[in-house]
Design a protein around this ligand. Structure first.
Ligand code: CTP
Ligand code: CA
Length: 228
């Protein structure tokens, strides 16, 4: 049936989905992390597998079990992510960057546990910027592929959200950007999501609902762009 055919619209495609939050090591026992649960990326990986894709999940720290039927590559830091994504981009037809990648990492990693210098001393961290993985892979493109970025922004209203999204999409050089407004402090760890999908010249759609459903709407957008 037509429905069954549409269900398999990613058959034969290698879809690479990064998910979760990276961790940047400070010393042997501490790291800088973030609040991503990994749920959105996991939902996309699962949805892509259901639609027939050969899925590689690049998993940073995630708080949920990984879906069966995906090849899993574990990464810790943004540097690890950069290396793994660059390798996988050689064979990927679709790349979805749902991971929350640290923007900053310690300039040096302490070999032994950082100790308090005195009873009242604080601690200054010296951080440097990480590689922008999305921007790097969007500019490299060793083969034709659809590249999807994510952006969680705190916007004053819907127009401001679009303005921030358009600027970010242009800066990154990706094909689609999934935008969400996190002004209310929502989304992280929640089951539901409210998103806007944009391309360089269009607003492709507004979607809200469980991440498992929103994931399919994001893949619909990928399919529509790939078919152009
Ligand atoms: N991203 C990435 N590498 C980084 C940081 C972010 O690949 N070092 C990706 C994220 O996975 C996401 C997209 O870039 O798909 C946008 O992330 P975001 O944090 O919104 O963008 P930044 O360029 O880091 O901008 P900001 O200063 O607003 O955090
Ligand atoms: Ca960032």
């Amino acid at each position: 049936t037509a429905a069954a055919a549409a269900d398999q619209d990613l058959a034969g495609k290698h879809v690479v989905v990064s998910a979760g939050g990276t961790r940047e090591r400070l010393d042997p026992v501490r790291y800088l992390g973030n609040a991503s649960s990994g749920l959105m990326g996991l939902s996309i990986a699962r949805a892509a597998a259901l639609r027939g894709a050969d899925v590689t999940l690049v998993a940073a720290h995630i708080e949920h079990p990984v879906p069966s039927g995906c090849t899993v590559r574990r990464v810790e830091s943004t540097a690890d992510l950069a290396e793994t994504m660059t390798e996988l981009s050689e064979s990927a037809d679709v790349i979805v960057m749902a991971v929350a990648a640290a923007d900053f990492t310690p300039r040096t990693r302490a070999e032994s546990k950082i100790k308090k210098a005195s009873e009242s001393s604080g601690l200054q961290l010296d951080l440097v910027q990480t590689t922008d993985v999305l921007k790097t892979i969007s500019h490299a493109r060793p083969r034709p592929q659809v590249i999807v970025g994510f952006a969680a922004e705190t916007a004053t209203d819907a127009d401001h959200l679009l303005e921030l999204g358009r600027a970010k999409l242009a800066r990154k050089g990706c094909d689609l950007l999934v935008l969400n407004d996190v002004s209310g402090g929502k989304v992280f760890g929640e089951d539901d999501n409210r998103i806007v999908v944009i391309s360089p010249d269009d607003v492709l759609g507004h979607h809200s609902g469980p991440k498992s459903v929103v994931a399919h709407r994001i893949l619909d957008a990928v399919h529509s762009v790939a078919a152009r």
